[in-house]
Every structure is written in structure tokens, then in C-alpha cells.
Design a protein around this ligand. Structure first.
Ligand code: HAM
Length: 451
């Protein structure tokens, strides 16, 4: 018999042919943090939480959206961030808002808004939040990225600057990352003005060899030239005047004190006379952290950065309030952790797998699983599967040390089969004593592993 394939002829009034929708990807420069990477993220987060608890910082989270003017005023009109990197838009209600490109300005806004000036100073706050900058994506640079940051608000003492550098360095240390703090002082806005003039006088005769971008910087914000990625500028700046020579006496003393405190607590640092940072709010101390093993080239990525910002609170409409802080780039920290063979995140390994057979076995297993969780035992299951082979495969894949097996017979007898997955041996135990037995076996196993 032959069959003829009918081709549907389209009649008037038929619905248009269905187009298969194209699969979508995440927005350029933004990415998913998938389950496989989560153990590293968790490790980085828990280390942040631990160090902040140890140094008495309180957690704060602020909204992703802030009024655009907060960052224009706070970060500075002539910074790369405000000039070209902000995700800003007008809401349907006509509000001009920005997805935070950084969090220090928002923390200051919150400090002013909630009258934190009336609390004992310094107010010590930490956060773990994602930031948004429309930068050119490249290795270690994303358009949505995560920062762990800590701020100490309401204190001008140099010991605060040193403690912040210490905490950021210790954070990396606690994760197994050796780092060095590159540090500089950029003085007060007044001393910076004199330096700015000296810098312009130095670079102006070299102007014809500069890119258009750098010419613009020379005109608008010459300190930014010191951040230029252009190798020609890097070479030019070797002979450029250094800001330390233009510091006012109190800033010089403040800087010396910061360095003395760092010496006292053994934080490794390098003086970097051209470190100015890309945000306009800094006064006096500025610092960045780099992995020690990293080559010292200009292109390496800072793992974190921070400094003092004594004038920011006033710029945002608050009372004069000295403050300092730092933020760590967690995407970069995690990528470093992943690249290191000697660093493994603590495993969340399943200790016990609960397998079941038949409907009554499954019901009993559900309850046993809850008992295990309540006793703090890390347990897994695949209750939707009925094949014992599939369940045992899952137990192996998850690295369970024991599997509990409950079928109809065990339900009737009030027992549980306990299988030692390494030894391949099984025994039947009283269901009432399951937790007790398991805990005994766990202690035995860890004692054997220790010997
Ligand atoms: P920042 O230097 O702009 O400072 O950022 C701090 C860290 O965030 C950088 O050292 C880097 O590790 C990470 N980071 C920055 N941009 C990106 C990106 N596009 N992709 C991945 N990671 C990135 C601040 O944000 C200041 N709020 C720090 C501060 C706190 N100063 C005082 N208090």
C-alpha cells in the first residue's frame, strides 16, 4: 500500500504558521551564576560574613535603584562611571533613576536618611550586593558584578583607614589568597588642586602625542590620566610629579600614621604614587588589593579597592562626616578561587541517602527524611523515582556514605535497612534507633578516617 503525504494547503482565515521562537541569552556582560559555581560563591560569602562579625560590622542592604543625582553628586560628574557607564532611565512616573554602579554613595545616603549620626560613631556597615556598570566586558569585567564592601562612617582617625585595609587583606587571606595592598594618599581637595596644576603643566607639552580621550582627561580631570591604560601615558607618567609631594601637613601625617599601623599589624603594602582611583569622592588614603603572585603589569585586575571619603556626606546634603571603606570584587575573587587547585570549597556532601520501595515505603521514607533533617544530618532523596537502581545510582553520584532503604517489609517490621556505600554491606536496624545508630556510625567513620 502506498501512502501519499498530504501537504496542508493554507486556506484564507487560517492562523499564520507558528514560528519557533529563538532561544534567548542573558544580556551582554551579565551572566548566570550556576549551581556548579555556588560552592565558591558560598565560600566567599561565608568568609565575608565571618570577618564582618569578627570586626563588628552590621549588615546593610540598600535598593538597586537610586536617584541618578546621588551618583552624579557622589561619584563625580567627570568620572568614567557617571560619564558613560551608568544604567540610567526615567520611570513612567518621571523619576530619573540609576541602577547602582557602586554602593558607597548609597550607604552615605542611608546614613543621612536614617539619622545614623546619632548612633555611637563610627557606624560600621557591610554589604554584599550586585552593581551595574556599562563597561566593555572582558576577562574579570562584567556589567553586573558583585561586591562585598565595608564602610566605617563618622571617624577620621588614621587607625580606621588601616583597619579597613587590614580587614580587606585578611578577608582574602582567610580564603587562601595572598595579596598586597597598594596604597597612596591623595590629600584634601585643596592640596589636590595644586597637584592638579602641576600635573597639567607637566602633561600639556606632551599633549600632541596623546589620544583624544586622554586630551579630554587632561582638560577636564587630569588626575584620571594617571589611570590611563595607554602605554604611552604609562611611560610619560614615570617622570610626572607625585601627589605625595603636594600633600598638606595634616594629610602627610595621617598617611604616615596609616602606614605605621599597617606595619604594626603586618599587612604587606606597596606605596603607589600614581594610585588615584576612579571615583571623585576620595580624600587622603586610597588603596587597592592585588594578588601577590600576579604580575605587576598595568593590566591586572584589582581584587578590591577603597579609601577615605571625608567630603562625601556633605556633598549628599549631610553634616560633615569623615568616613572610609572598601569593596571587594567578588566575581574576581571567585574566579581566582576556582583557578587554584589547592583551594576547594567545603563540600555540602550528602551523608545519608533515603531510598524507598513501594507506596507504603515511600510514605514512611518521607517521614524518616524529616527526622534526619531535624537531627542535622545531611540527607538526600529522589522520592519521585521508584526504581531502586536509579535511586542507588543517585546515592552514589551524590557521594552518600550510607543509604537507608525502606520497603513494605521494613514498614511492617518497623525496621530500616542501612547500607554502607563504601563497604557494600547492609544491616537491618530498628527504625526507632535510626538516628542513634547513624550518629554512632558517623563517629566511627570519622575516627577511622583520622587514623
Ligand atoms: P571600585 O574600585 O570601583 O570601588 O570597585 C571595587 C572593586 O569592584 C574593584 O577592585 C573590582 O574588584 C570590582 N569591580 C569593579 N568594576 C567591576 C566590573 N565591571 N566587573 C567585575 N568587578 C568589578 C568602589 O566601587 C568603591 N565603592 C569602593 C569603596 C568602598 N570605597 C570606599 N568604600
Amino acid at each position: 500500500m502506498t501512502t501519499t503525504k498530504k501537504t496542508a494547503s493554507k486556506k484564507p482565515g487560517d492562523a499564520p504558521a507558528k514560528k519557533t521562537p529563538q532561544p534567548l541569552s542573558s544580556v551582554r556582560g551579565m551572566r548566570d551564576i550556576l549551581p556548579a559555581d555556588q560552592p565558591y560563591w558560598r565560600m566567599a560569602f561565608e568568609a565575608a560574613q565571618k570577618i564582618c562579625d569578627a570586626y563588628s560590622f552590621d549588615r546593610i542592604e540598600t535598593p538597586v535603584l537610586e536617584e541618578t543625582s546621588l551618583f552624579v553628586r557622589g561619584v563625580g560628574k567627570q568620572t568614567d562611571i557617571v560619564e558613560k557607564e551608568m544604567y540610567s532611565f526615567e520611570t513612567s512616573g518621571g523619576d530619573k533613576v540609576t541602577m547602582r554602579p557602586e554602593n558607597t554613595a548609597a550607604i552615605c545616603r542611608s546614613y543621612i536618611q536614617h539619622g545614623m549620626l546619632n548612633q555611637p560613631q563610627p557606624v560600621k556597615l557591610w554589604y554584599w550586593s550586585s552593581m551595574f556598570r556599562h563597561e566593555r566586558p572582558q576577562s574579570g569585567r562584567y556589567r553586573e558584578f558583585w561586591q562585598f564592601g565595608a564602610e566605617m562612617l563618622g571617624d577620621e582617625d588614621a587607625v580606621v583607614d588601616a583597619q579597613l585595609a587590614l580587614v580587606s587583606w585578611k578577608y582574602l587571606q582567610s580564603l587562601g589568597i595572598d595579596s598586597v595592598v597598594r596604597i597612596n594618599s591623595i590629600g584634601t581637595p585643596e592640596s589636590r588642586l595644586n597637584y592638579r596644576n602641576a600635573l597639567v603643566a607637566y602633561f600639556r607639552p606632551k599633549r600632541s602625542r596623546m589620544s583624544d580621550e586622554d586630551k579630554k582627561r587632561l582638560l577636564k580631570n587630569p588626575l584620571r590620566l594617571l589611570d590611563s591604560k595607554d602605554p604611552l601615558i604609562a611611560e610619560m607618567k614615570m617622570e610626572a610629579p607625585q601627589i605625595v609631594d603636594w600633600l598638606d601637613e595634616p594629610s602627610k601625617n595621617h598617611f604616615m600614621q596609616v602606614l605605621e599601623y599597617l606595619d604594626e599589624v603586618g599587612v604587606p603594602y606597596q606605596l603607589d604614587p600614581f594610585l588615584v582611583r576612579g571615583l571623585d569622592y576620595y580624600t587622603r588614603t586610597v588603596f587597592e588589593l592585588f594578588e601577590t603572585n600576579d604580575d605587576q603589569s598595568q593590566n591586572q585586575n584589582a581584587l578590591g579597592g577603597g579609601g577615605r571619603y571625608d567630603g562625601l556626606m556633605e556633598l549628599l546634603g549631610g553634616k560633615e562626616t569623615p568616613a572610609a571603606g572598601f569593596s571587594m570584587g567578588i566575581d574576581r575573587v571567585v574566579s581566582l578561587l576556582k583557578s587554584r587547585e589547592d583551594i576547594t570549597p567545603p563540600s555540602e556532601q550528602t551523608e545519608v541517602f533515603v531510598a524507598q520501595l513501594g507506596e507504603s515505603g515511600r510514605k514512611r521514607a518521607l517521614a524518616l527524611f524529616e527526622e534526619l533533617r531535624a537531627a542535622g544530618i545531611k540527607a538526600s532523596e529522589s522520592f519521585s523515582k521508584s526504581s531502586i537502581k536509579t535511586q542507588m545510582d543517585n546515592a552514589n553520584r551524590l557521594g552518600a556514605k550510607w543509604t537507608l532503604i525502606i520497603g513494605q517489609k521494613e514498614v511492617l517490621d518497623g525496621t530500616v535497612i542501612i547500607r554502607d556505600m563504601d563497604a557494600g554491606t547492609q544491616e537491618i536496624i530498628d527504625a526507632q534507633k535510626m538516628i542513634q545508630e547513624l550518629k554512632k556510625k558517623m563517629i566511627q567513620k570519622s575516627a577511622e578516617a583520622a587514623n
